[in-house]
Design a protein around this ligand. Sequence first.
Ligand SMILES: [Mg+2]
Length: 444
Amino acid sequence: MTAIRDRLLAGLVQMYSIMRCPADSCLAGLPFPQPKHSEKFKNFRYNMILHIDMDAFYAAVELRDDPGLTGKPVVVGGSLSGRGVVSAASYEARKYGIHSAMPAAQAVRLCPDAVFIKPRMQHYAAISKQIREIFFRFTSLVEPLSLDEAFLDVTGCEKLFGDGPSIGKKIKRVIADELGLVASVGVAPNKYLAKVASDLEKPDGFVIVDADQVESFLKPLSISRVWGVGPETAKKFNSFGVQTIGQLRQLPRDTLERAFGLNSEHFWRLARGLDTRSVVPDRMAKTVSHETTFSTDIDNDDALMAWLLELTDQVGRRLRRHGILGKTVQIKVRFSGFDTIVRSRTQAAPSHTTQVLWETAQDLLASVRRTDRRSVRLLGMGVSNLTSNEKKQQGLFDRDDQAKANRMDVAADRIRDRFGGAAVKRGSSLAHEIKYQGDPRVIE
Ligand SMILES: [Mg+2]
């Protein structure tokens, strides 16, 4: 017990000495990657974003499920008697001017032959889930915007699946082959451009925005393509003689500032195709996670690993308390510039053992740190793909070390339940991780 306590103390002392290490001394002499590529390569290297948007989703599902509807103007939502509102209109119905959010009475006037179908939201949600599963085959960085559209960050997936356009094409084809539905895809260096791109050639669109063609891509587009520009703002722009994004770029910055105040910066950046927001997967309800924001940004690997272990332990404890196991481990890293990345890995078997989860989590963080050495503002750890304890197969504890790790967890949980969370910390595991030990100022 004394030995464990000593190791625990050593771990904590190390952790706090790292925390107190001034940022400058931690950084001194480190081989930080220097920018040595052109902007284009940089964009290509760091950002490959897809925006995938299903075409007339609800209506397309109804058309797929009932071949008798083929060629007919299909309206989902509302009724022929004129009650309710249109949720979705097939492209056939759109030819008559029918669109979503239109009162059904107006839709009936525009096209008395339209077939009105009651929305089957649960059905659409189930198909949306199938679509998302397809996305997850290519990347875990999926940010759904609604049932039928999502951003995907496929940066760094080249080796496995090819570049952004190849992945976009593959996903489009898989959705068509497996689900019989059509998606429009935009491929671009950031979210804003990807979303504009996916909408340009609907239906069945596929538009690529090269990092070095952003200006020529945006220039001819209407300013209504700029996020946040509604009919009123568009009118205001028109009064300055601005109809296109190209013309918006010509507008002097101070004019823009005087006219649009706080929004001017936003418009100025989007007109240049600048958008640094990351694709952040939605915090699924089916995730158990903990995260912490540091009072001072951390750039030291040891300190980050120590925090990650602490978070993993908290997550493991929560899983055990609720009798659930998780198969997918994810970490979230927010850098000082507010860029956020999420990395995840699905394990062979579900677990709630801190040691098992920790092995995956530290691997994920180590691989992030190998390529990105920016200081970290927030660190998070989570487990998803959850199953209840009862479903767990006996075989999982066959390995002696896992059984031991599990017993340690149970013992630690018991002590903490009695004496509070701080009573037992995993100092020993910290000391065990030789890779991350040593002089806090030396980072491999
Ligand atoms: Mg859509």
